[in-house]
Design a protein around this ligand. Structure first.
Ligand SMILES: [Zn+2]
Length: 250
């Protein structure tokens, strides 16, 4: 019996990335991954709200009914640059995430406003997401307090899965690929190969982004890792893994 689990998540799901995500999901299905955690952005870079795209909502509903999990992934996914920011903030927000750290230094009232607005809108579409995952996994302490106030059940960071109801923090470094430049892709392949070889003790996390599928070398490695993991581990979602962990008293 398989005791260990793997969660494959797809970040940045929105009307603008739907085509790529559909292709990824059909390939993942062929590798034995029929369930993923889908990180949906309500209004990705202000390019159009997901509620305005009925066929997108219908598509998401179908996926949810088939066992995929819908997770809230920021609101706009974009951090406004501040007038005066220190070097560290500039390095993290502009170089590491290319201005995608919407919740990196958000304050509590602003975070409550964005998260509760997202919750209302997902609910209008018929979804009750248990989780919120910040863009680039960057979540300020104030942002985390806001999630608790909004009744969010869990969040994840690059190195942890955090049950906000029980307080349990599961350490597990997510595999994730950076494809913005050639050197990042080379580093990513070496790093993820090593990280997968070390092996996650209990929960293996594989975080995918829509551009991953456009880089053949990267996508080949992702497919190989996922195919291998799916034969050795139970394929689940974050929400179901959290439920099971709670049942085990974690
Ligand atoms: Zn993202």
């Amino acid at each position: 019996m398989k005791r260990r689990s793997v969660v494959v998540s797809i970040h940045d799901v929105s009307p603008g990335t739907r085509d790529r995500v559909e292709t990824m999901l059909s390939e993942l299905g062929g590798l034995g991954v029929e369930r993923t955690s889908l990180l949906v952005v309500p209004n990705h870079h202000h390019r159009g709200h997901f509620l305005e795209d009925r066929s997108f909502i219908d598509w998401l509903r179908g996926l949810a009914q088939a066992g995929h999990e819908i997770v809230i992934h920021g609101y706009y996914h974009q951090r406004q640059r501040r007038e005066q920011e220190g070097t560290a903030a500039r390095l993290i927000t502009r170089v590491y995430t290319a201005d995608e750290g919407e919740f990196y230094d958000v304050d509590e009232p602003a975070a409550v406003e964005l998260v509760s607005r997202a919750q209302r809108e997902f609910s209008e579409a018929g979804f009750q997401p248990a989780g919120f995952i910040a863009p680039a996994w960057l979540l300020s302490d104030a942002g985390e307090r806001a999630l608790c106030r909004c009744g969010i059940g869990y969040t994840t960071r690059l190195g942890t899965v955090h049950d906000l109801k029980t307080g349990h923090v599961e350490k597990s470094q997510s595999l994730v690929w950076s494809v913005r430049s050639g050197w990042r892709r080379a580093m990513s392949r070496a790093w993820n190969r090593a990280l997968y070889a070390i092996g996650a003790p209990e929960l293996l996390r594989i975080g995918l982004h829509p551009p991953d599928i456009t880089h053949p070398g990267i996508w080949r490695q992702i497919r190989a890792i996922i195919a291998d993991a799916a034969t050795r581990r139970v394929v689940t979602t974050y929400a179901d893994w959290i439920e099971a962990a709670r049942a085990r008293g974690k």
